[in-house]
Design a protein around this ligand. Structure first.
Ligand code: DX5
Ligand code: ZN
Length: 219
């Protein structure tokens, strides 16, 4: 049971209106979100394209919330400085990406930004073990990356517990974040696996009352 820390809520803007992103992030801030989750996709690492670092720096001007930038791109090592300059507060990339993960994590931390490592559903959680003492955040994907509105993959509960054991065993205070298909129906079970931070896109942006949705996710 995750009782030590307040559960952080990082709504994903993937399902927001990109043509009115200022209003979307202002609404998130007023609704009590802790972070803004920014899903960057390159159309290569995942079969979808979203936005780049300029979009992130522009949306930064509309909110005081910290930005939780999730890079679903093949070569994150080439873009760390650009997203750092854009105002990212967390930069997370995938352990499956085509780069030296240790060097890339170091390049994020060199910018005094929290470094996160994401893992997709088909990757064994053991792939994270050697990085767990370096990262500030582990991002467990509970859907296949690329799109919002997908169904939560049920094996993610067990994977979350295993990753939490790896984090606790490594005596680090890395946060465990989960991303994909999270909603008010499964959020309590997810938190009971030791998850510290929830990404939720469609369940927040489709809610009639965004504040109530965020409050229920964090309860
Ligand atoms: C998927 C993204 C997720 C997604 C979450 O590749 O990384 O952040 O936008 O959206 P929902 O909560 O709708 O699954
Ligand atoms: Zn994401």
């Amino acid at each position: 049971m995750n009782t030590l820390r307040k559960t952080l809520i990082s709504p994903s803007i993937l399902t927001a209106d990109f043509g009115n992103i200022g209003e979307a992030v202002r609404n998130l801030e007023q609704a009590g979100a802790d972070y803004v989750h920014c899903d960057v996709m390159d159309g290569h690492f995942v079969p979808n394209i979203t936005f780049g670092s300029k979009f992130v720096s522009d949306l930064k001007t509309y909110t005081n919330l910290p930005l939780d930038v999730h890079l679903m791109i093949s070569r994150p090592d080439l873009y760390i400085d650009r997203f750092a300059d854009a105002g990212a507060d967390i930069i997370t990339f995938h352990v499956e990406a085509e780069c030296d993960a240790e060097k890339t994590l170091a390049s994020i931390k060199a910018r005094n930004i929290k470094a996160g490592l994401a893992i997709s559903p088909d990757t064994p959680v053991e792939a994270l073990a050697k990085f767990v003492n370096i990262v500030d955040v582990v991002l467990l994907m509970s859907v296949y990356p690329g799109f919002g509105g997908q169904k939560f993959i049920e094996t993610s509960y067990d994977r979350a517990r295993k990753i939490k054991d790896i984090i606790v065993g490594g005596k680090t205070n890395a946060l465990l974040e989960i991303d994909g298909g999270v909603n008010c129906e499964n959020s309590l079970a997810v938190k009971n696996c030791g998850v510290d931070m929830l990404v939720a896109g469609s369940s927040v942006f489709s809610a009639s009352d965004m504040r109530e949705a965020i409050k229920r996710l964090a309860e």
